[in-house]
Design a protein around this ligand. Structure first.
Ligand code: HDE
Length: 668
């Protein structure tokens, strides 16, 4: 099955490294590609130069409209493997047969910025998965945050207009820290829960490989007997959920705007294939109204302690794209791409998405045949009576293209349900036509508070800092005051601290929602902690003891820790180890830890800067210095948590620190 997709993609692949003569798009071999056709060597270019015009016209049209949201993204191929059959819940073939390996394509993205924006901005991350199943493509188009800003799709254009760069000056890029976004938040309190997540560390992931994914909406699973269950989808990263700190994320955005893209690409190239487990939360139809929230409301989670996440399979990304544009840019996701056994709920946000995604592909990919683009093409056959249109790639044979027909035996004929034909779940619906919102959607604050209650003190501090930063960037006093007014309904202490930091008015009355409920699963503090694929900067200052250095790098490698050796210039050590970065090209914001090896009394300023930033970002720092007095010039305090003196502890102790990743109790 996996091979089927690879074979299919190969059919469309042209190996540009093969020895081949240059031709025009009509196959004409060209003898010259460097000079346009002119009337004399110093004369004007001629209209007759078809080769120049074809080449230039093609170039002029190289770009397609970027996605209106989620424009900045990166994709990779992989496989999905089911652990146990889910026959009890769904008839979806790829969720029934544990012998099947389903090929997938995943695209991660940020939401706000343009295609060229930086990776490490504070934003929601898209996590879109296309399963190429034997029954058709199934797209799980999710995010790394389990709730959304709004409850009804009709508000999406308003929300997006508010968060995008402001229309009069197109500022800011890749950031929600501006007036129109916070104006929207202040005026639309259904955003309360989502902004708590967006201001938490979840919105600044360390790596795309280290974040969760969520289907967000409530969907339906339907089994062979036609019995349905409500379901929410989760992706749980095997490397755990980890984030950057805000100052680090901002610095990394400048030092390497491709930080996440490169991290994913390099991990896959090295064979460190990222993995996520698929989890399902399942609620029976009878329990639809058993909760103190509405399960159709996309601004609500189902706390994992109330509805456990059942782990059912694994996604592995194991192959980078051959061509970014052809695959990552042209891939077209759609929550409406479903297979038998997967159906929708009446979540009004989901219902609206079902319209939007086909519509957007029409303008982005230029016509209705985007399913024929290799990355979008199903691995199973597809036949219908749709014909023609822009960029038709298929040569349909035969006389008929209508249903019902007598001339062609009524082919292609609808497939009965018991032979795999899709049938919508026959939910009984009854109601007057109405533009409105169910009262059961109106509690905006309880789960915002639940999220905050569930965080550890350092995570809560980060949330308060993020609100202070974002609102501190706003110019309008009214916008700031309204946002504080919202916070005052979630948690008085957040409102107090933020109002004080940004000079806003703290409302007289404490209107915070009274709830001490917690969901421990929402905190990242207890996540999986592993040293695998973390990257250590080995900072040289003076001539290292080569044998010792070799032993250390071997120990790092044995623990699957990556490293870069940094020195004043690039060179090879003892013909074996390569210095791969200089103090100019490396930056502490781009590494998980630093290991300083200094044999000089004097520490170079750039080495000091590096270890200070590592220290300030709560990261592990190993030191092996001949002269401790040199360290005193820096802000690093050696007896603080997460500082490993390798003259006293072993390299394996340091590796344990690399796995821990952050030492929040450090005084910085
Ligand atoms: Fe999307 N969204 N969205 N969205 N969305 C798009 O489709 C839309 C929403 C998500 O990597 C667009 O192809 C509406 C929630 C991802 O190619 C567009 C609404 C969630 C991606 C669109 C939402 C998402 C998109 C832009 C409110 C998480 C990137 C380009 C009803 C569950 C997919 C495109 C990729 C992309 C519409 C809300 C996830 C305009 C109308 C909620 C991951 O069609």
């Amino acid at each position: 099955m996996e091979n089927k997709k690879i074979e299919q993609l190969k059919k469309y692949t042209i190996d540009n490294e093969q020895q081949a003569g240059l031709t025009t798009n009509q196959g004409l071999k060209m003898a010259e590609d460097e000079f346009s056709l002119k009337a004399g060597l110093r004369g004007p270019t001629l209209m007759e130069d078809f080769h120049f015009r074809e080449k230039m016209t093609h170039f002029d049209h190289e770009r397609i409209p970027e996605r209106i949201v989620h424009a900045r993204g990166v994709g990779a191929h992989g496989v999905f493997q089911l652990y146990e059959s889910l026959e009890e819940y769904t008839k979806a073939d790829f969720l029934n047969d544990t012998n099947k390996t389903t090929p997938v394509f995943v695209r991660f993205s940020t939401v706000q910025g343009s295609r060229g924006s930086s990776d490490t901005v504070r934003d929601v991350r898209g996590f879109a998965v296309k399963f190429y199943t034997d029954e058709g493509n199934y797209d799980l188009v999710g995010n790394n945050i389990p709730v959304f800003f709004i409850q009804d799709a009709i508000k999406f254009p308003d929300f997006v207009h508010a968060v995008k760069p402001e229309p009069h000056n197109e500022i800011p890029q890749g950031a929600s820290a501006h007036d129109t976004f916070w104006d929207f938040v202040g005026q639309n309190h259904e955003t309360a829960h989502m902004v708590m997540w967006a201001m938490s560390d979840r919105a600044i992931p360390r790596s795309l490989r280290m974040m969760e994914g969520f289907g967000v909406h409530t969907f339906r699973l339907v089994n062979k007997e036609g019995r349905a269950h409500f379901v929410k989808f989760h992706w749980k990263p095997k490397l755990g959920i980890h984030s950057q700190v805000w100052d680090e994320a901002q610095k990394a955005a400048g030092k390497n705007p491709d930080f996440h893209r490169q991290d994913l690409y390099e991990a896959i190239e090295k064979g460190d294939y990222p993995e996520w487990e698929l989890g399902l939360q399942i609620i029976s139809e009878e329990d639809e109204f058993a909760f103190d929230f509405d399960i159709l409301d996309p601004t609500k989670i189902w706390p994992e302690e109330e509805v456990p996440v059942k782990i059912v399979g694994k996604l592995t990304l194991n192959r980078n794209v051959d061509n970014f544009f052809a695959e990552t840019e042209q891939v077209a996701f759609h929550p409406g791409h479903v297979v038998p056994g997967i159906d929708f709920s009446n979540d009004p946000l989901l219902q609206g998405r079902l319209f939007s995604y086909t519509d957007t592909q029409l303008s982005r990919l230029g016509g209705p045949n985007f399913h024929q683009i290799p990355i979008n093409k199903p691995v199973c056959p597809f036949h219908n009576n749709q014909r023609d249109g822009m960029h038709q790639m298929t040569i349909h044979q035969g006389q008929t293209s209508y249903h019902k027909n007598g001339l062609n035996n009524n082919q292609p004929e609808p497939v009965p349900v018991d032979q795999g034909g899709y049938e919508h779940y026959q939910e009984k619906v009854d109601g007057g036509k109405i533009r409105g919102r169910s009262e059961s959607f109106l509690d905006f604050y309880s789960q915002a508070k639940l999220f905050y209650n569930s965080l550890t003190p350092f995570e809560q501090q980060h949330v308060r800092d993020a609100f202070s930063f974002e609102l501190g960037k706003c110019k309008s006093e009214a916008v700031k005051n309204n946002a504080v007014e919202l916070l005052n309904r979630i948690d008085r202490s957040i409102a107090e601290e933020v109002a004080n930091n940004i000079g806003a008015v703290l409302p007289k009355d404490n209107l915070e929602v009274k709830s001490a409920n917690k969901s421990p699963a929402l905190s990242m503090a207890t996540t999986v902690k592993k040293p695998d694929t973390r990257c250590v900067a080995i900072l040289l200052n003076g001539e290292p003891d080569n044998a010792q250095l070799l032993q250390w790098v071997q120990a790092l490698a044995a623990n699957k820790v990556n490293f870069s050796i940094v020195d004043k210039n690039l060179h090879t050590i003892d013909g074996e180890l390569k210095v791969t970065d200089t103090y100019d090209t490396a930056d502490a914001s781009l590494f998980d830890a630093a290991l300083l090896i200094s044999t000089n009394g004097k520490l170079e300023n750039k080495a000091i800067e590096f270890i200070e930033m590592t220290f300030n970002h709560f990261k592990p720092l190993g030191i092996s210095v001949s002269d401790y007095a040199a360290l005193e010039k820096s802000r690093v305090t050696i007896n603080e948590p997460g500082i490993f003196d390798l003259t006293k502890v072993t390299i394996n102790n340091f590796v344990t620190g690399v796995a821990e990743a952050r030492f929040w109790s450090r005084t910085v």
